[in-house]
Design a protein around this ligand. Structure first.
Ligand code: HEM
Ligand code: NAG
Ligand code: NAG
Ligand code: NAG
Ligand code: NAG
Ligand code: NAG
Length: 327
């Protein structure tokens, strides 16, 4: 009897170890780097003090990291065959110098302990909170990948020209669902977009000779003068024209008012697919309930942060986020 209950206890412990392997934890660095959160917060604060837009840029880096080979810091790797040169990131993803600064500050605090992938996850949360959003508990323990996957980034990241069905399929491919698509698209309550990514909506949309009918006419004329035909495609405009750098639920009210900047924003509310997939209903719910949006945003961010992390002895803790460690 005694030995069998001992056997049971050993089995249970063994099983607990097996299930906890591969799982991220909030307190992963509690003893190895107790001031981690303080250091990252201070650095993100400094970066946003310098430029509020950086909050959006850092949030987006975590998203673009997680969708390609999981949340493994692969977007931070330099090189001409890296993810940085894939179309969704080229001349678009930004904030790499800020991540370098945060990593340097973290290394100074606890050398060789904290992965670049985890720094992205914490920075994304702090960016949202410093922009007026609500905090969530970030899970940690990711390790950094050894490869940057340019074709994975080119094919796996959603494009603003994708249909809603394609966007949903790209989220489903990484374990997220339609609710996460709408919720996380609310990240477009901060940050900017370049003319090249929406100017197809402004003139002769789909060969119709007119602008996209699902774009509000006064916003259409405003964007037409900002982004003239054959103009500079790199000129930027706020994704949320109402409260540009403030993390709130105005993004969803913009969609209800035909003021989504990207086609991929507006199709969450307008068009048949928005009705059949119920994204339209969720946009309306978030538009009238910012508390629900905030709490769901945190849940979906945790879910996104859980995409295929490297744990245990897989990968490494990079010393410099831009290059894999030399052996
Ligand atoms: C649903 C599919 C999505 C599409 C098609 C999409 C597309 C885009 C595009 C085209 C831009 C502008 C890039 C540029 O001007 O160079 C952008 C910016 C941004 N995206 Fe998304 N995005 C999506 C989802 C997300 C998600 C899930 C998040 C985060 C939770 C996010 C956060 C951001 C932020 C914060 C910016 C502004 C970045 C800055 O100002 O530097 N996006 N997105
Ligand atoms: C790159 O991403 C694609 C699509 O997710 C995947 O099939 C492929 O195995 C990845 N390649 C590497 C080297 O990780
Ligand atoms: C999406 O997943 C969450 C759990 O992660 C679940 O609560 C929600 O109901 C799902 N939504 C849809 C539309 O399946
Ligand atoms: C709009 O595009 C269509 C198809 O590409 C083209 O035939 C038409 O001439 C264009 N109209 C204008 C006003 O540019
Ligand atoms: C944006 O700027 C980059 C580098 O300055 C340039 O190579 C690229 O062609 C520009 N993109 C657009 C759409 O104008
Ligand atoms: C911004 O949103 C608020 C609240 O939804 C609304 O009252 C206001 O008219 C909006 N302003 C603009 C410029 O869209």
């Amino acid at each position: 009897m005694k030995s069998s209950s001992c056997f049971l206890a050993v089995t249970v412990l063994f099983c607990l170890c097996l299930t906890s392997k591969g799982q991220l934890r909030a307190d992963y660095y509690a003893s190895s780097c107790p001031n981690l959160f303080k250091v990252v917060w201070r650095e993100v604060f400094k970066a946003l003090q310098n430029e509020m837009r950086m909050g959006g840029s850092l949030l987006r880096l975590h998203f673009h990291d997680c969708f390609v080979n999981g949340c493994d810091g692969s977007i931070l790797l330099d090189g001409s065959d890296s993810e940085k040169f894939a179309p969704p990131n080229l001349n678009s993803a930004r904030g790499f110098e800020v991540i370098d600064a945060i990593k340097a500050a973290v290394e100074n605090e606890c050398n060789g302990i904290v992965s670049c992938a985890d720094i992205l996850a914490i920075s994304a949360r702090d960016s949202v909170v410093l922009s007026g959003g609500r905090p969530w508990t970030v899970l940690l323990g990711r390790r950094d990948g050894l490869v940057s996957n340019q074709t994975g980034a080119a094919n796996g990241l959603p494009s603003p020209f994708d249909s809603l069905d394609i966007i949903i399929a790209k989220f489903v491919a990484v374990g997220l669902n339609t609710t996460d698509v709408v919720t996380l698209s609310g990240g477009h309550t901060i940050g900017r977009a370049r003319c090249a990514l929406f100017n197809n909506r402004l003139f002769n949309f789909s060969g119709t000779g007119a602008a996209d009918p699902t774009l509000d006419s006064s916003l259409t004329s405003q964007l037409q003068s900002l982004c003239p035909q054959n103009g500079d495609g790199n000129v930027t405009t706020p994704l949320d024209q109402n409260s540009t750098d403030f993390f709130d639920n105005h993004y969803f009210n913009n969609l209800i008012n035909n003021k989504g900047v990207l086609s991929s924003d507006q199709i969450l509310f307008s068009g048949d697919a928005a009705t059949t997939t119920s994204t339209r209903t969720l946009v309306q719910i978030y538009g009238s309930n910012s508390g629900l949006f905030f709490s769901q945003f945190g849940s979906s961010m945790v879910k996104m942060g859980n995409i295929s992390p490297l744990t245990g002895s897989a990968g490494e803790v990079r010393k410099n986020c831009r290059v894999v460690n030399s052996s």
